[in-house]
Design a protein around this ligand. Structure first.
Ligand code: GLN
Length: 469
């Protein structure tokens, strides 16, 4: 089967009878079969996807907006009657009692869900090496990581195992693996997509978003899944039917000089970034350097706040209400302690302990409340940039996909990978990673555009302009 960049082309071929939903699903299933070593899927809904495809092939009359879209979902997004484990032993064999709002909206527009995708345990990680089910391999070089936490979601699209996927982004988990794998990954404005049915990590940061081969498909998926939801009070109170912008505008694009000067930035990524700045200027946009003296604070603030929220969110996994219960526990105390000790992986335990520490009476003011203040200062500084500019441009990540195992012994080194992505989550902004460059070794290099809250239409417009040759 040919590799379709856009769903509209699939829909044209379906209408012309060159394809059927069943043949589409069959070819993705064959690709999944051939690429099992990538470890992208935790479960493939083969029979169910084929049955639904057959049903859609028989459907007469108007078709849904996502007719012909074969999509897979990250293993922290609930789908009724299907397992959801957040790639954790804690939730092994747990079945969703209801579907997330995002999944319901996909199905209502005739999408076909083909399986659930590997990720870092409870979405905590940047390389997919924290999954209880093993790492996901980067198809471009199987000795390298896929990125994370939505590594399976990125590789599934990269390797054409499905047309698109859903991931979640708390600090870069959509954009960073998208950048490492050479696909489009988009984090919408905080609240744009309901978090109902998304397994919580850091609730004031978490956001569901699409991975796709084209900006057009990412836009279409967001058009379907966005909007208010009675089950999520933080969901934005209006539904946007179309993110298509009417006019082609010339924008003002800011970048932080501090990023270009930072020693952690890989030279090839820096060159690509400088090239993009010149390209944007040649396209008639204004590109202006800004000083942003807060770069050193974004990663610490993010890790204080998200671990605090995670320690609270993950307290529900106690061996009583959900999931894993230690078989050797003899009393109530042991049920809690042993179930959590055995059920959670190392990184999740690190974060629960850090989060509990920063929230503890003696340290709350020194860490948690200080990080809240930093979050506020960051928002003000970013909004000041938006007084004169429409976008903030940066590389998505400081380097290309790194080797498996190369950062697992040093969590701080792993956390620094998030330096360009966490800002969007701290301030709630929408941001996208675009696969615009490649390193000399042929590894994808993604570039990130971030914009004002609820300005996704501009984000898609400029992204489409950049993705056309
Ligand atoms: N790498 C970041 C972390 O480990 C991002 C995770 C995410 O966005 N879910 O927290």
């Amino acid at each position: 089967m040919k590799n379709y960049n856009k769903l509209v082309d699939i829909q044209v071929d379906l209408a012309d009878g060159k394809l059927s939903c069943v043949s589409l699903v069959q070819s993705y299933l064959a690709n999944i079969q051939q690429n099992q070593d990538l470890n992208a899927f935790l479960e493939v809904f083969a029979d169910e996807a084929l049955a639904r495809a057959a049903e859609l092939d028989r459907k007469s009359g108007a078709k849904g907006k996502l007719y012909g879209l074969v999509i897979a979902i990250k293993d922290n997004i609930c789908y009724q009657g299907h397992k959801v484990s957040a790639s954790s032993k804690m939730l092994e064999n747990f079945e969703s009692l209801y579907s997330s709002t995002a999944v319901e909206r996909l199905l209502a527009e005739d999408a076909i869900i083909i399986g659930r995708l590997n990720c870092d345990e409870f979405a905590m990680g940047g390389s997919n090496e924290n999954s209880a089910y093993g790492p996901v391999l980067n198809q471009r070089d199987k000795t390298r990581v896929s990125g994370g936490s939505s590594g399976g979601s990125a590789v599934a699209v990269q390797a054409n195992l499905c047309q698109a996927s859903l991931g979640s982004d708390t600090g870069g988990s959509i954009r960073q693996p998208a950048s490492f794998c050479g696909v489009v990954g988009m984090k919408p404005t905080y609240g744009r997509v309901s978090r109902h049915g998304l397994i919580a990590f850091g609730s004031s940061f978490d956001q569901i978003g699409p991975f796709a081969k084209s900006v057009e498909d990412a836009q279409l998926i967001l058009e379907v899944i966005n909007g208010q939801d009675e089950y999520d009070a933080t969901a934005i109170q209006n539904r946007v039917a179309s993110f298509e912008s009417k006019e082609q505008r010339k924008y003002c694009i800011a970048y932080f000089q501090d990023i270009i000067d930072s020693p952690g930035l890989n030279a090839e990524v820096r060159d690509a970034f400088l090239h993009l700045i010149e390209r944007l200027r040649a396209l008639g946009h204004q590109v202006v350097p800004k000083t942003f003296p807060y770069l050193d604070y974004v990663v610490p603030a993010y890790y204080v706040l998200t671990t605090a929220e995670a320690s609270s969110n993950l307290s529900r996994y106690d061996g009583v209400h959900y999931g894993y219960r230690s078989p050797s526990a003899k009393n109530m105390d042991q049920v809690y302690k042993q179930s959590r000790t055995e059920g959670f992986g190392t990184e999740v335990k690190n974060r629960i302990m850090l989060g509990t520490f920063v929230l503890s009476a003696g340290y709350y003011d020194a860490y948690y409340s200080k990080a809240q203040k930093v979050r506020r200062i960051l928002s003000e500084a970013v909004n000041e940039v938006y007084d004169s500019c429409d976008f903030i441009l940066s590389p998505t990540t400081p380097s290309t996909a790194f080797k498996l195992g190369s950062k697992t012994s040093d969590p701080i080194e792993m956390y620094l990978e998030d330096i360009y992505t966490v800002l969007a989550n701290l301030v709630g902004n929408p941001a996208i990673s675009l696969p615009l460059y490649e390193s000399k070794e042929g590894l994808p290099v993604g570039m990130q555009l971030m914009t004002k809250n609820q300005h996704e239409a501009d984000l898609f417009a400029l992204s489409k302009e950049l993705m056309t040759e």
